[in-house]
Design a protein. Structure first.
Length: 277
């Protein structure tokens, strides 16, 4: 049975995402994202599922670990995020004075929190917040978390779907140490890679010319400073296409002329959600 590690505690949205990917796997929690990446680096057959970005609040902030460990990306998964206000059994909304959750959860439900004049408390994760209030038994305390967390920790859903906007999605990456990529077929693919440019004027502008010439679409381009420096940057990039596509190869060859460092993180099928108009 394959292991899938996630950051947080049981009931977290990462736990839900792991269940969606492989409900038969042994799904195990890690305290931190660093622990997840370390597990995958030490256990080549295991997988980790990591939140990469959210449709509403943007990047989660795990880029430094992607650069550090350079694990292979096998798959992307879009998880619908439905935030719920959880409380003690029998509690009513009028009883609630405090709310606990991850910073992202609080931010994504800010309107509900303000409308109900709740005092915010930031915790390490959503499900951990639910676990915490289940132990205090304080009717004034609540947590913003998944409905699965309510079931696991014996809480009640006081109000469901309290997020600011509908269509709240988080993009997860399934990663591991072993290198694997799908065969090039008539499907939609994403190629993910990182690079560091040579230090020269207009390097980024010049390096991206090959993508325009060859008609290759970049869907993500994100900079991240190299360790202990604000003068040198790595770039994390996704493009539409398979690395064996001749247009993609020509584009990456052109990019390589301008790079000090280049590393392919993975080639994987584009999620079906990307095809929806």
């Amino acid at each position: 049975m394959r292991k899938i590690y996630f950051q947080g505690t049981f009931g977290a949205y990462s736990h839900l995402a792991a269940l969606s990917i492989d409900p038969e796997a042994e799904i195990l929690p890690c305290k931190t994202f660093d622990d997840c990446f370390y597990k995958a680096s030490q256990e080549p057959e295991s997988r980790i599922i990591i939140p990469e970005s959210n449709r509403i609040t943007g990047n989660i902030g795990i880029e430094y670990l992607i650069f550090k460990h350079r694990l292979n990306i096998y798959e992307e998964h879009f998880q619908k995020i439905e935030h719920n206000l959880l409380g003690q059994p029998g509690a009513k909304l009028k009883d609630i004075k405090e709310v606990y959750s991850h910073a992202q959860g609080l931010s994504q439900c800010s309107k509900f929190i303000q409308d109900n004049n709740l005092s915010e408390h930031i915790r390490a994760d959503t499900a951990g917040s639910a676990e915490m209030i289940s132990k205090t038994k304080d009717i004034k305390q609540s947590a913003i978390a998944s409905s699965l967390s309510a079931k696991i920790y014996g809480l009640e859903v006081i109000k469901n779907n309290i997020e600011n906007e509908t269509g709240n999605l988080t993009r997860f990456l399934v990663m591991g140490k072993n290198i694997s990529q799908p065969q090039f077929k008539d499907k939609n693919y994403i190629t993910s890679f990182l690079f560091k440019l040579k230090s020269k004027p207009a390097a980024l502008y010049q390096s991206l010319g090959g993508f325009a010439i060859n008609g290759v679409n970049l869907t993500k381009l994100q900079s991240y400073p190299e360790k202990n420096s604000f003068d040198s940057y790595f770039f994390l990039c996704d493009l539409d296409g398979h690395i064996e596509d001749i247009k993609v190869q020509k584009s990456l060859e052109e990019l390589g002329l301008h790079c000090e460092d280049f590393h392919v993180l993975g080639v994987f099928e584009a999620h079906s959600l990307r095809q929806k108009k």
